[in-house]
Design a protein around this ligand. Structure first.
Ligand SMILES: Nc1nc2c(ncn2[C@@H]2O[C@H](COP(=O)(O)OP(=O)(O)OP(=O)(O)O)[C@@H](O)[C@H]2O)c(=O)[nH]1
Length: 304
């Protein structure tokens, strides 16, 4: 589920900084490659650090990569870890070439190819990580960590295609925090923002890993529950709704709390209808929940 994935703990500013750092890493290694080839081809004296066992830690990228405080979320990313392994291998292979050269041996084709293939893979994986980060910036609502509205239609379309293939049902729910304007009016917008962040995290923690939550707009969210019948969706959402209303949100500083509740409207998506039709039905159910007292789940049944 989106909220709990590692990319969510970075802000867009962090993400932009990581993109720049990765670009700098590629540039630095192109310059390094030039120095290395001068030593291998033009008999220049090699850089002493390139002969060290720890060469991968001593280059500028290595300093950045291994420093403890650069974006903790990144340290759990599988592509980031792969980049680290490729980077070390590239420096190890470069050292092997330099040692062969300084011992007066001819550099074998296999050794050279291994080094160059590693260097190409390193650059490729850095590009993959950059793509992943750009994709995350484009698809995430960075206030709440939910998927954003732009990514919603493509995800729901994929879900519709999956339904067509598998015949499994899928429910859509519109969720809106009750009297949210009062939270802003009584506590200020920054508290309102915290309440949005915490509520979404709270809900996301209680969804299954194949469910998704999207920020539809303002304090309204769309929840997609694949492989779920309407009655089951109602049960799941009612459990979440109850827990949310009973859970006071602790504000930053830890001295005060805000209690909230939310209304939910749920409908089932079928292959005979458009995605927009399903959203409209869930939205009608949400209006029903608001009109009949809030803090409740209303279900839109097609034969109602
Ligand atoms: N703090 C904060 N407030 C937001 C954000 N987006 C929308 N809002 C506020 O959400 C409030 C929504 O108010 P209303 O549409 O009147 O709804 P409500 O007070 O929740 O009432 P009901 O939905 O009828 O229960 C407005 O005050 C918006 O300014 C946001 O990103 N941060």
């Amino acid at each position: 589920m989106k909220i709990t994935t590692d990319q969510q703990s970075s802000t867009p500013q962090d993400a932009m900084q990581i993109l720049r750092d990765l670009d700098t890493g590629i540039m630095n290694h192109m310059t390094w490659m030039k120095t290395l080839h001068r030593a291998l081809i033009c008999d220049e004296i090699p850089e002493p650090l390139d002969l060290s066992e720890e060469a991968h830690c001593h280059c500028k990228f290595g300093h950045w990569y291994y420093q403890g405080n650069n974006f903790p979320a990144l340290r759990e990313n599988s592509v980031f870890l792969k980049i680290g392994a490729l980077h070390k291998m590239m420096h190890d292979d470069a050292r092997t070439l330099l040692q062969a050269k300084s011992a007066g041996h001819e550099i074998g084709l296999a050794e050279y190819d291994k080094f160059m293939d590693g260097a190409i893979s390193f650059k490729w994986e850095v590009r993959c990580l950059q793509f992943e980060i750009v994709n995350s910036i484009c698809t995430t609502d960075y206030l709440t960590g939910a998927w954003n509205r732009q990514s919603m239609m493509s995800k729901l379309t994929a879900e519709m295609e999956r339904m067509t293939r598998s015949g499994q049902p899928c429910c859509i729910c519109m969720m809106d925090i009750d009297h949210f304007k009062e939270v802003n009016d009584n506590h200020g917008h920054s508290v309102g923002d915290q309440v949005l962040q915490t509520s979404v995290q709270f809900i996301a923690d209680r969804l299954r890993k194949y469910d998704s939550i999207f920020r539809y707009g303002g304090e309204e969210f769309l929840i997609c529950l694949p492989e779920t019948q309407l009655d089951e969706a109602e049960l799941i959402l009612n459990r979440i709704r109850t827990e949310l209303s009973e859970h006071a949100i602790l504000l930053q500083g830890g001295n005060s709390t805000v209690s909230i509740a939310a209304s939910f409207g749920v409908a089932i998506m079928t292959t005979e209808m458009s995605i927009q039709d399903a959203i409209n039905m869930a939205d009608h159910a949400l209006l029903c929940a608001k009109a009949t007292g809030r803090n409740r789940v209303c279900v839109w049944r097609i034969d109602d």
